[in-house]
Design a protein around this ligand. Structure first.
Ligand SMILES: Nc1nc2c(c(=O)[nH]1)N[C@H]1C(S)=C(S)[C@@H](COP(=O)(O)O)O[C@H]1N2
Ligand SMILES: [Mo]
Length: 436
């Protein structure tokens, strides 16, 4: 599929050369867009805009929005070219259009390291997991023992970085500027965490289960913990919370936590500890790196966007927010003149909840069409949506897509509840297309 060529001038160039016109184009501040203004906007996106009369004031066209078409790619061994958000630590985002498989293959699975991965285990079956703290019988199990002593379960589980969508926040927040691609939906096989906790005789005093791993802190100090975020005991006892030994029927790839990884589905990915070595059952809220303050926490009472806050009154993120991806058309695709129907499909998910509906709009949100939404393979699996959009003519269009969760909550028009580390930005998603 052809891509929309680079617009005549990028927005930043336009701002440099002719700030008044750029502002006019982007924000339409001088009144209705018509005549030369509309023509200028059309030139900037590369075509006429048939639904320009429905374009919200202040909207930056998706074809020009920050990052459109100009994100740096990086090819890590065994992976497709993913979006490079950093190499030390390694952070790679999956472009949305690579998320089309029902089960995410390792080659398309995003990467989020906070430190440096450990050396691969020489003998994965001999890798040890220790369970201690608020238990009657501390356990030390090898991966081999774990697999033979406990029932193995297999589920499709979505795993999403807590910061997914962060790049949509205005003003910009600290952290990796993810789009929608910090999400995977793999088939995980492992032992239920609750079976392990019961085998260790978990006490009534257990409140948080804190994981530890063998990755290395960026400072190189072997005594510093990279990340240790705990899961409340209730979620640990939920049947889909597992200690995984296989991903998509294969040994877990090293970069994704081999040979042992915690999977806490529907909650921030930071809980799903890779290279797991220890589970410390605590009688209080855990205080490892990544806990407290503004880390993985959001305001209960909204704060002024861009302001400072120590996060003391914030709450820990549990369930992730409803979100959708469109996976069969890359942003900026060009279709032959005369194209009037386009098949669209993607996935949607909603943390602890399921997805009730997905709607698509090609006229900047003026009208919406309901898509077909399939039930999940199991709880915490993402859901396939698909349908057809109709276009009235050639020109520049945006395909907007918006999921609604089982509690009736929709992706909002703009990210809500701004917070210093940028969690929970799940605005309506969109791609730009050009017909003709
Ligand atoms: N040991 C360890 N586990 C970790 C991390 C890490 O840096 N070290 N990153 C966490 C974060 S923030 C996320 S979003 C997921 C990313 O998993 P992935 O790299 O397999 O995509 O792993 C989590 N588990
Ligand atoms: Mo994350």
């Amino acid at each position: 599929m052809a891509r929309i060529g680079k617009p005549e001038r990028s927005l930043s160039e336009l701002y440099r050369d002719d700030p008044e016109r750029a502002d006019w184009i982007v924000f339409g501040r001088r009144g209705a867009l018509k005549g030369t203004a509309l023509a200028a906007m059309g030139a900037a996106v590369g075509a006429t805009i048939p639904f320009a009369n429905r374009m919200p004031t202040g909207l930056v066209p998706a074809a020009l929005a920050q990052g459109a078409g100009e994100r740096r790619l990086f090819r890590f061994e065994g992976k497709e070219a993913l979006i490079d958000l950093g190499q030390r630590p390694l952070v790679l985002e999956t472009p949305e259009h690579l998320l089309d498989d029902e089960i995410t293959p390792a080659s398309k699975f995003f990467v989020r390291n906070n430190g440096l991965p450990p050396e691969p285990a020489a003998d994965p079956k001999a890798w040890k997991l220790r369970i201690d703290g608020e238990v009657n019988t501390p356990l030390e199990l090898t991966v081999g023992e774990l697999e033979s002593r406990f029932p193995l379960v297999t589920y499709q589980l979505q795993m999403e970085c807590g910061g997914n969508g962060r790049g949509f926040f205005v003003p910009e927040t600290r952290g990796n500027q993810w789009g929608n691609g910090a999400i995977s939906n793999c088939q995980w096989t492992g032992v239920r965490l609750r079976d392990l906790l019961r085998a260790a005789g978990v006490k009534d005093s257990a409140k948080h289960v804190a994981p530890y791993a063998s990755d290395m802190h960026l400072s190189g100090d072997p005594n510093r913990v990279v990340i240790s975020r705990a899961t409340p005991i209730e979620k640990c006892m939920e049947e889909h919370t597992i200690v995984a030994v296989r991903m998509n029927g294969e040994p877990i790839p090293h970069i994704h936590g081999a040979p042992l990884r915690l999977i806490v589905p529907g909650w921030p990915g930071s809980l799903s500890q890779k290279w797991l070595t220890r589970l410390w059952v605590r009688d209080r809220e855990h205080d490892g790196p990544g806990m407290g303050g503004t880390s993985y926490r959001v305001p209960v009472i909204p704060i002024v966007p861009g302001s400072r806050d120590d996060g003391k009154t914030f709450r820990d993120i549990h369930s992730m927010w409803v979100r959708s991806v469109l996976t069969n058309i890359p942003n900026g695709s060009r279709f032959p003149a005369g194209t009037r129907e386009i098949a669209v499909r993607g996935h949607a998910w909603a943390g602890e909840d399921s997805v009730r509906a997905v709607h698509v709009s090609v006229d900047f949100g003026a009208t919406w069409t309901a898509m077909d939404v399939k039930p999940p393979a199991n709880k915490y699996a993402w859901q396939r949506w698909s349908g057809t959009v109709r276009l009235p003519s050639d020109g520049y269009f945006e395909i907007w897509y918006r999921a609604t969760d089982s509690q009736g909550r929709m992706q909002p028009h703009a990210p809500a509840n701004w917070n210093p580390q940028g969690y929970g930005a799940n605005p309506i998603s969109r791609i730009a297309i050009l017909v003709g």
